[in-house]
Design a binder for this molecule. Sequence first.
Ligand code: FES
Ligand SMILES: [Fe+2]
Length: 504
Amino acid sequence: MAVSNEAAVGHAKKIPFGGYHSNTIPPHDPLITETDSGTPLGEYMRRFWHPVCMSMELTDTPRFVELMGEELVACRDKSGNVGVWHAHCCHRGASLEYGMIQDKGIMCSYHGWKFDLDGRCYEVPAALGEEKDGEAFAASVWQGAYKAFEKHGLVFVYMGPPEEEPPFPDWEGGLVAPGDEIVAFSNFQHCNWLQVQDNPADQYHHIPLHTTAVVPGHEQTTTFAEAGATPFKVRPDLQFFNIQEGRGIAWTSSRRISDDKIFIRVNSQVLPNLSFHSYLFETGEKRKIFSRVHMLRWTTPVTNTTSKMIGWRIVGPTIDPRGLGLKLKHLIGYETIDFLNGQVAMRRPERIKYLEEDPNGLPPIPGDHRTRKDYKDAQYAPGDYEVQITQRPIAVHALENPMKCDGGVYMFRKLLRDAVNGDNPKTSAAAWREWFQENNARNTFCQGNILEIPGAPTQAEEVEKRRAIAKDVIAATRESDNLSGDERVKFIEQKYAEIEKKYS
Ligand code: FES
Ligand SMILES: [Fe+2]
């Protein structure tokens, strides 16, 4: 199809068989999708820490990776420190992915130049008797390098100006209860980062996409079907809230799950590309107050048309009393995730074959989704991967027909636009840096709650009631935002007990 620059084209005329009138596609919105160097969003995003790959990707050979359109090479040197450099050697451009890992940094295999972690060239081989020239020359050249470190199985990199480096955020001082553990994952997506970031705030897709197969009999392995997390089969009532002065959004999904219990799930997203997800395997059987984060995920732009969902799943008895995360832990990792099939380009049976061969292997990521081996299986029961990547390589917002339930998606895009345009002083990169310098253990709004509140007599009253409860939950969470740790938990417990009383 031809691409037109006229913003007005593209929307279908409201006439039968009128596809002809919408057969040109308006452009995507570059301001909030494109992240190459020099773009407004690219400049903004470079002022945050991002995970670039998993620790397991750093083996005995350097790893080629991309982030925000930059070609990079990462390795763990023989002293155990992680280096991330521009891929092309500053001598004559060979890729350092074919380089040799050193005690200190990396050596380019073409002419043997050696680079330290910070990009300093510390050795240029010179002819016998000309060593002094080599030393002088080495001191005059630098390979582009970025600061990097490892945390809980992920490699983080900072790609902005060194003098603007922010502290690494340590949300809530760790997010993991004693006895629970963090498991890293990285799931590649063949599409722009923003449509992947859009997805969590769009909770209405759970039922059509995740609870039914397109062709009956081909139901996929899901949280809902296998884990028996039945509350997720109930269509949620969604409300969206701007939080922490425009730094993010939280949304409540409220579901009446029995005559005397209501499930209020709160997830959140934080600028520019982070999301927090509360417990995924909820049964709703027992009262529960303020269960914490079950997954923390960055959506990192690889190029403008590829991205990664990369982050941490939290498993263990506190967050997951049913023990499902521990049981399915072998499915959390490189190009695989435990809670749902259809999150990555390879369907689960195929991925399991690779895992059985080598749990630490790095299998090739299938490319074109229509020619991959398991295309038909994906059509039978698609997942988030299939719907996200087929919103076009970069989704065209001008063609969307949003409804009320898309409110969170639009709210987050607005925050992003305001941040990139400099329209919200609280979300400039400098303001973020100061916010974390003041306190890098900021709170999240993410939480799972089963409140003991009976249903209302009529559906209309029930709708009104659950919306009011959810609003009260967010109001209490806002109030708790200047507290931390146990003090905050105690405050919330007291507030939610009051909410239960108020609505019973
Ligand atoms: S191209 Fe790397 S050392 Fe020459
Ligand atoms: Fe989903």
